[in-house]
Design a protein around this ligand. Sequence first.
Ligand SMILES: *[C@@H]1O[C@H](CO)[C@@H](O)[C@H](O)[C@H]1NC(C)=O
Ligand SMILES: *[C@@H]1O[C@H](CO)[C@@H](O)[C@H](O)[C@H]1NC(C)=O
Ligand SMILES: *[C@@H]1O[C@H](CO)[C@@H](O)[C@H](O)[C@H]1NC(C)=O
Ligand SMILES: *[C@@H]1O[C@H](CO)[C@@H](O)[C@H](O)[C@H]1NC(C)=O
Ligand SMILES: *[C@@H]1O[C@H](CO)[C@@H](O)[C@H](O)[C@H]1NC(C)=O
Ligand SMILES: *[C@@H]1O[C@H](CO)[C@@H](O)[C@H](O)[C@H]1NC(C)=O
Length: 447
Amino acid sequence: MQFILILMSQAFGDQIVLSQILWRNGASTPLHCNWKCQEFEQQGILNDYLTPIGMRQHYVLGQWLRKRYIEDLKLLSQFYNEAEIYIQSTDVNKTIMSALSNFQGIYPIGTGPKLNPNLNHSYLLPPNQLIFEDLGIEAIPGLLQVVPVHVIQRQADIYLRGYDALACPRNEEIINKNVKSKLYYEINNRTQSLILDFAKQLGIDASHLNITDLYKYQDTFDSCEFNRYDLPQLEESTKQQMKLLQNLYFSLEHNIDFEQTRLLATPFFRNILLNMQDVINNQTEIKFRIFSANDASVQLILNGLNLTTVECLKQVYLKEEVENKNCIYTYPGYASNIIFELYRKLGQENQYYVQILYNGTLMPICNNKYKCDYEEFNSIIQFQNVNDYEDECWITPKTQIKIATWLFKTNSVIIILLFIISIFIIYLLIRQSRLEMYTKVKQQVED
Ligand SMILES: *[C@@H]1O[C@H](CO)[C@@H](O)[C@H](O)[C@H]1NC(C)=O
Ligand SMILES: *[C@@H]1O[C@H](CO)[C@@H](O)[C@H](O)[C@H]1NC(C)=O
Ligand SMILES: *[C@@H]1O[C@H](CO)[C@@H](O)[C@H](O)[C@H]1NC(C)=O
Ligand SMILES: *[C@@H]1O[C@H](CO)[C@@H](O)[C@H](O)[C@H]1NC(C)=O
Ligand SMILES: *[C@@H]1O[C@H](CO)[C@@H](O)[C@H](O)[C@H]1NC(C)=O
Ligand SMILES: *[C@@H]1O[C@H](CO)[C@@H](O)[C@H](O)[C@H]1NC(C)=O
């Protein structure tokens, strides 16, 4: 019912003014050296590169976005307009290439720019080409559209790589603590039978395996499944448990509690809110923003929106009763995506609301609503964001600050002491000279 009401209100004129999309890369080659490691290495595919399958996944997602934002909601221009779109990616080949593949779906071949047919042909050549070949009036044959993709270097990418110790040094310490936590031990213990079972089916030694290893195996299996590399013959129930563990394990490291989540998600959410504000205040023309990142970023933001939590992942994994009915317990698969849409309400020029979609499905936010007033969304996110991210992530290292203030304080004390001592010495000197003068005068008088 709620869906129908939303669809109707949008059909009758609530106007979308901004869409921001965070997505994971498409299918890639394996990264970890475990299953068929040597074979994959020899084939040169152990490198975490985007595969043709991954390109296709994003191309198709691009077609979906084209239908929604160009044809149905008419947010974007029919032809690519630089002023409307900003694409940001992590500085990783597979995420940059995912973004480029995706935009071939949004602005497909045939929509690119044409030349002015009356142009003097000599202007169509680069300086090192002397012979003119007539390529027609398409800027690039096939009317292909090229788009700019912006990246921030890894160390500084707090928006999309906040989990990386390069971006948030403190997260390394948090992860080390998580790995020693009670919950981690509990999950590791309760996984022993799965480990034994898994090792037996694979014909490997179980004695050195822990949940980290199982997580990495599943990452490789995902790659094998999608790209049709060899997969082991595992029992169906083992496969299911491996997949649930993959997601739980990841959260045990990166989102063990809301404190860790809200810290790491703060820069991304700040960015999302700022972009909404800019649109509401008419300070930007950009109405379509892409964040091309990986599984860690998508999982972090799902946690930050309370669409999943480590508790519910644990409950699903251990087959306990799940309290949070909205819990997304599947690992963010290739090309999974979170969309933040901002709408202006019909007839109320300054009233806005937010909608969030995961993999194309509307998600409940702001205590179970599908439409959340912008003010409410803004205040919930502002409230959960940390106040001083740089400080809490130790980007300005605490010890350095402490040493600096300590030095400053000791220096000040020394300077004050020196000052008091010198005043005292001057006083003594003056007193001495007065005394001398007094005795001199006295002597003269007596003489
Ligand atoms: C990207 O590709 C280059 C080679 O083209 C390679 O050297 C580099 O390691 C790759 N980096 C990532 C993060 O994928
Ligand atoms: C085209 O421009 C070049 C260089 O400016 C000039 O030499 C040439 O005469 C022009 N050709 C025509 C047909 O105008
Ligand atoms: C799991 O085992 C790997 C070695 O296979 C090791 O590097 C890692 O630290 C172990 N993880 C934990 C939490 O003990
Ligand atoms: C922004 O522009 C819209 C329509 O053009 C207008 O209704 C609204 O009042 C403006 N908002 C601000 C904050 O200037
Ligand atoms: C998520 O849940 C926490 C409490 O666990 C709450 O403080 C926070 O406001 C919630 N965030 C959102 C976006 O609903
Ligand atoms: C997409 O989202 C749905 C939940 O709406 C989830 O069940 C599914 O696993 C997700 N797909 C991927 C590829 O992550």
